[in-house]
Design a protein around this ligand. Structure first.
Ligand code: QUE
Length: 346
């Protein structure tokens, strides 16, 4: 089966039909997704959709620290800086893939055994079964690179309990497998030690209905434990229900908890433009269906790649490695309502 080196596609015979197996294979960059990977994944999903032998699709990654750390932001940076007219297609092709996964008519199973951020969430969370291990670290970290939580986050963050999605999208917080399970971002938690047994056991399995697969993964399930994140739900709901980023930060600083003060510190180092756009984006996303969310995100991406902070933010993360970014505008009060509204206009 055709594949490029960064992503491997296999169609494997099982007891009752074939499995389509996708393996991310760029471990040196935490399996960051480049444009060619989006296109080949799209191509294979369409092919397998119409291939009656293929009963289910499963996506996983080569052994390493990550499932997928996101999009290939280094390449996006270089293409944007060089004025590459194809850069908008990098995002629209990524979001189209997210839509294909959301609407996929066959079981789409994601094995999240490591870091899963941004674009990695987009190729996993919209599937029908999301399996985590204790090595899962999840985040939507885009406000830290002068971007916004994309890949369908308008949809899935805005549907989390209370203000949890707004907290995750604004703060870029990293959360663990129990947090994700309790929030419903994943469906099952299994042991990392068991991951290599999943595909061989699935090939021996015969019931690929939603119910059949649920009982398959129940056999691997670890006992539930409480989520540390959910213990902060009341603080999050109180502080993030304010009407502006400025008021959210004031509420966090005035709340009598060290945890809230730390969240306020985190917000203060993010791009002011990203924070304000994300605030509006998630409000709007709550009322839109998935495809309308993707349409809004395409528009937002087209504006962000013309802006300043996206380049300063990526430079800080992948080129300067830790040098803090310089945001323009630098202060929240300098980002006007007019500036924000412009991001939502064609
Ligand atoms: C925000 C992001 C990304 C990020 C950091 C952010 C992102 C991404 C990576 C990344 C990918 C490969 C690597 C690496 C980082 O980091 O999308 O070190 O090897 O792909 O704050 O959106």
């Amino acid at each position: 089966m055709a594949s490029n080196m960064d992503i491997i596609f296999e169609k494997k015979a099982g007891k009752n039909g074939f499995l389509g197996i996708i393996t991310l294979n760029r471990p040196q960059v935490l399996n960051a997704l480049n444009h060619a990977m989006f296109l080949s994944l799209t191509h294979h999903l369409k092919q397998w959709e119409h291939d009656e032998e293929v009963k289910a699709v499963i996506i996983t990654a080569v052994e390493g620290r990550a499932f997928c750390a996101g999009g290939d932001i280094r390449s996006a940076y270089e293409r944007g800086k060089a004025g590459d007219a194809e850069l908008p297609n990098f995002f629209t092709d990524e979001y189209r893939l997210n839509q294909i996964i959301y609407h996929y008519p066959k079981p789409y199973i994601a094995l999240l055994d490591g870091i899963t951020m941004g674009g990695g969430a987009g190729i996993s969370l919209h599937g029908s079964l999301r399996i985590a291990t204790e090595r899962l670290i999840f985040a939507m970290p885009e406000t830290g690179i002068g971007f916004f939580p994309d890949v369908g986050a308008s949809y899935f963050l805005s549907r989390l309990p209370g203000k949890m999605g707004l907290y995750l999208g604004l703060s870029s917080a990293r959360i663990n497998h129990y947090d994700c399970l309790q929030l419903g971002l994943v469906d099952f938690v299994i042991k990392h030690d068991m991951v290599n047994q999943v595909i061989p056991a699935l090939l021996q399995y015969t019931d690929f209905t939603a119910l059949g697969l649920t009982s398959f993964f129940k056999n691997f399930m670890q006992p539930k434990q409480t989520s540390a994140l959910l213990a902060h739900q009341d603080e999050i709901d109180f502080c993030f229900s304010k009407n502006s980023i400025e008021d959210i930060i004031i509420a966090l600083e005035n709340y009598s908890s060290d945890w809230c003060k730390e969240v306020a510190q985190q917000l203060k180092i993010k791009s002011p433009t990203s924070l304000k756009v994300t605030f509006k984006q998630l409000q709007l996303g709550a009322k839109l269906d998935f495809d309308a969310c993707i349409e809004m995100e395409s528009l937002l991406a087209s504006h962000f790649i013309k802006g300043h902070d996206f380049y300063s933010g990526i430079k800080s993360v992948v080129i300067d490695k830790g040098q803090p970014p310089i945001w323009k505008p630098a202060y929240l009060h300098e980002v006007t309502m007019q500036d924000i509204n412009h991001y939502f206009e064609k």
